[in-house]
Design a protein around this ligand. Structure first.
Ligand code: NDP
Ligand code: OXD
Length: 314
């Protein structure tokens, strides 16, 4: 019985080491070595090369090594097997750290004070807004969105969120559907995007959406914080909005093209924070433990947890 590590752009070595330690009775193979296709029962994927998972006659399940599964669905030859995504506190806590950090960085004008420190400028600022003056809108109230929303709330931000299906969450104003989105955007000073990339969400962060955000406000204009996926955003619209003032600033962890091309103007903008798609990295230790627990449960005949809905695409 074996497990296939099917990754591209990542080093398979730490994954192999972590999975082998937890699943000593399984043989583990990677795509760049010979393996017996009939023995493969499970595959773990991060952007696996298209077609890599076909002709595995005994495949039981595919594990995404990220919370997102758009990279798995990108394979036109994907076998019709359950796809399990990561739901793990390790990943969730990392994401909330990133979201909270960027919310605070914009609230407390970190760039400005870094520049002032470099220039040895002392100012007397008594008009600092506080978290309670800021209305945050979180697009996507799933595992990550709910945790980030709750932590922002704890810091004092006023928080609302938007999801596909209606929700009721303590202290968070919840919206759903197209009308709900419009209502949320109209009151939002800081927009946090934690949506999955699907046919329904591709390009959702565009000029039309940005134009609906609350203008002015305590931060001088709306802030965009996107750690969902680059395909959710139209970068040309974001840049135009920053230029026109329709957006006051942005923190972007994900991009239409990754790595972000060297000639993208986003790199050099003082009103934009760029991070290299590492808001919540998948730790081999934590995530291999999640995968191993699921495989052991499945081998005992128990159902797989966190299998995604192929029709919805997340
Ligand atoms: P979940 O599936 O738990 O949550 C997705 C949320 O989005 C749900 O609330 C869902 O609504 C909502 N949603 C989906 N489609 C729509 C739509 N068309 N309209 C309105 N709401 C919609 O995912 P996670 O929270 O675990 O992860 C979210 C995404 O974060 C991942 O898909 C991935 O792309 C990204 N990610 C990025 C990382 C990074 O390092 N940058 C790391 C990890 C994840 P409902 O609740 O009603 O289903
Ligand atoms: C994920 C990611 O989906 O890291 O987990 O992007």
């Amino acid at each position: 019985m074996s497990l296939l590590i099917a990754v591209s752009g990542w080093d398979a070595t730490p994954w192999r080491r972590a999975l082998q330690a937890l699943l000593p009775s399984h043989s583990i193979a990677t795509l760049n070595e010979p393996f017996d296709r009939a023995s493969v029962r499970y595959a773990v994927s991060w952007r696996h090369p298209p077609g890599a998972l076909k002709a595995l006659p005994n495949l039981q399940a595919i594990f995404s090594l990220g919370a997102g599964v758009d990279h798995v669905f990108a394979d036109p030859a994907l076998p019709d097997k359950p796809i399990v995504r990561i739901v793990d506190p390790d990943l969730t806590e990392r994401m909330s750290e990133w979201v909270v950090m960027h919310a605070l960085v914009h609230l407390r004008q970190l760039r400005r004070y870094e520049r002032q420190q470099r220039e040895r400028v002392w100012t007397d600022d008594d008009d600092q807004p506080k978290a309670g003056d800021i209305q945050v809108g979180v697009l996507g109230l799933g595992v990550l969105g709910q945790d980030a929303a709750a932590k922002l709330k704890t810091l004092g931000f006023r928080v609302a969120g938007w999801s596909s299906t209606p929700k009721s969450l303590p202290g968070i104003a919840c919206f759903s559907g197209p009308d709900g989105l419009k209502r949320l955007l109209g009151q939002t000073d800081m927009l946090v995007v934690l949506l999955p990339l699907t046919e329904a969400t591709r390009g959702i962060v565009n000029a039309a959406l940005i134009a609906q955000l609350r203008q002015g406000g305590p931060l001088g204009g709306p802030i965009l914080i996107n750690a969902g996926r680059g395909g959710l955003q139209v970068e040309a619209d974001i840049i135009a909005a920053l230029d026109s003032g329709a957006l006051h600033g942005a923190s972007l962890d994900v991009f239409e093209r990754e790595p972000l091309p060297k000639d993208s103007s986003l790199w050099a903008r003082p009103d934009v924070y760029v991070s290299p798609h590492n808001a919540a990295v998948s730790s081999p230790q934590a995530i291999a433990a999640f995968v191993a627990r699921q495989i052991e449960a499945h081998e005992r005949g128990e159902p797989l947890a966190h299998a995604v809905d192929r029709r919805r695409g997340y």
